[in-house]
Design a protein around this ligand. Structure first.
Ligand SMILES: *[C@@H]1O[C@H](CO)[C@@H](O)[C@H](O)[C@H]1NC(C)=O
Ligand SMILES: *[C@@H]1O[C@H](CO)[C@@H](O)[C@H](O)[C@H]1NC(C)=O
Length: 335
């Protein structure tokens, strides 16, 4: 009885029709998963990290992802609608901090391009509150002017910037916003600067250095400074940094303490808070990098990588890189 049962089973299992159908099924599933996987992989990449689509193009000289797998945001890598939808659903709120706004350009252009559709509050820190232009902002958005005391030396200004940001987060921002973004004021928004830029810890690739290799980066090479770096990943621009309030507070505190320690040791980092920022991001890798589209210098001749100008350095300062609110400028060796 058992023997005939096994005989029957055997004859079914090895029947040519049965084998053929198993084969057909396998082939079907193989293609099904192949196609599904490709699709899902592409979609997930698109949503979460942006794709490597561009980097497969040999004509393109830029990276779209860091070695620690943080995306570098370039035009064409993301679907703006997907990011906007996600952040609206998550009720994301954004505080933008900026120091000493005496001109309309920054704020007016931010109203046209910065995080449209999300609740945004501009925190303008200034020693001259009366000079802040009285602009009307869109619904869900607001402008807050915060008075700070005046510092004459730009070194002190750059140091106090970190302290002020940290204090503001502690006192107010942490209760009202998920994200904090800190901007230099000498800039103008020109195109979408949207929710794709939001992330846990966000750094900006410096437009002058995004193609350069490490030895060219202007890290602080002075071993006496807390900002000293022997080597690094990228050269980040201090004109924009951001992230969740927790991370931005951590960054501001760390940079402030290091600047303070340098000051006690009578050392000043080469590029001040930018040197310290680079050191910080070397130790604490940012989770997202913004391409130079997010802060372009129109005087760079080769624009071949840049398909959209989202923010540009204000033209009036074309021959200097840094202009602080007291009018003192530092000319630079960038060129
Ligand atoms: C966003 O806000 C709505 C309305 O207040 C709320 O129902 C929803 O749970 C919030 N979503 C998240 C992710 O917090
Ligand atoms: C700003 O403008 C609004 C409306 O135009 C006005 O109510 C407000 O008083 C103005 N504020 C200042 C400081 O001028």
């Amino acid at each position: 009885m058992t023997l005939s049962f096994f005989k029957l089973l055997f004859s079914i299992l090895f029947h040519p029709y049965f084998l053929l159908s198993i084969n057909a099924l396998c082939i079907f599933w193989y293609f099904y998963y192949l196609i599904l996987y490709q699709f899902v992989y592409f979609k997930m990449n698109n949503l979460k990290f942006g794709t490597d689509v561009k980097s497969t193009n040999s004509a393109v000289s830029f990276q779209t992802r860091t070695s620690w797998r943080a995306p570098i945001i370039w035009e064409g890598m993301f679907d703006p609608k997907v990011f906007d939808q996600k952040h609206i659903q998550e009720n994301s709120t954004v505080a933008l901090t900026v120091f000493a706004v005496g001109r309309f350009t920054f704020l007016m252009s931010a109203e046209q391009h910065f995080m449209l559709g999300l609740p945004v509050t501009y925190y303008v820190f200034t020693d001259l509150p009366d000079k802040v232009p009285n602009i009307t902002v869109a619904p869900q958005r607001s402008l807050k002017v915060m008075q700070i005391s005046k510092h004459n030396r730009w070194q002190d200004i750059s140091m106090m910037r970190m302290k002020t940001i940290s204090e503001a987060i502690e006192l107010e921002l942490r209760h009202l916003f998920r994200y904090v973004f800190c901007f230099d004021v000498d800039q103008e928004f020109k195109g979408r600067f949207g929710s794709e830029a939001l992330g846990d810890s966000v750094a900006l690739l410096h437009a002058h250095y995004y193609k350069a290799k490490e030895p060219a980066f202007t890290y602080d090479r002075n071993v006496k400074s807390k900002a000293f770096m022997k080597t690094g990943d990228y050269y980040y621009h201090a004109a924009i940094f951001g992230g969740t309030w927790e991370n931005v507070k951590h960054l501001a505190d760390a940079c402030y303490l290091n600047i303070l320690e340098d000051k006690l040791n009578d050392v000043e980092a080469l590029w001040h808070d930018e040197s310290h920022l680079n050191k910080y991001f070397w130790i604490h890798k940012p989770s997202k990098l913004l391409s130079p589209e997010y802060c372009w210098d129109k005087h760079i001749g080769d624009k071949s990588d840049i398909h959209i100008f989202r923010l540009v350095w204000a033209p009036k300062h074309y021959n200097t890189l840094r202009t602080w609110q007291n009018g003192q400028t530092i000319t630079t060796e960038y060129s």
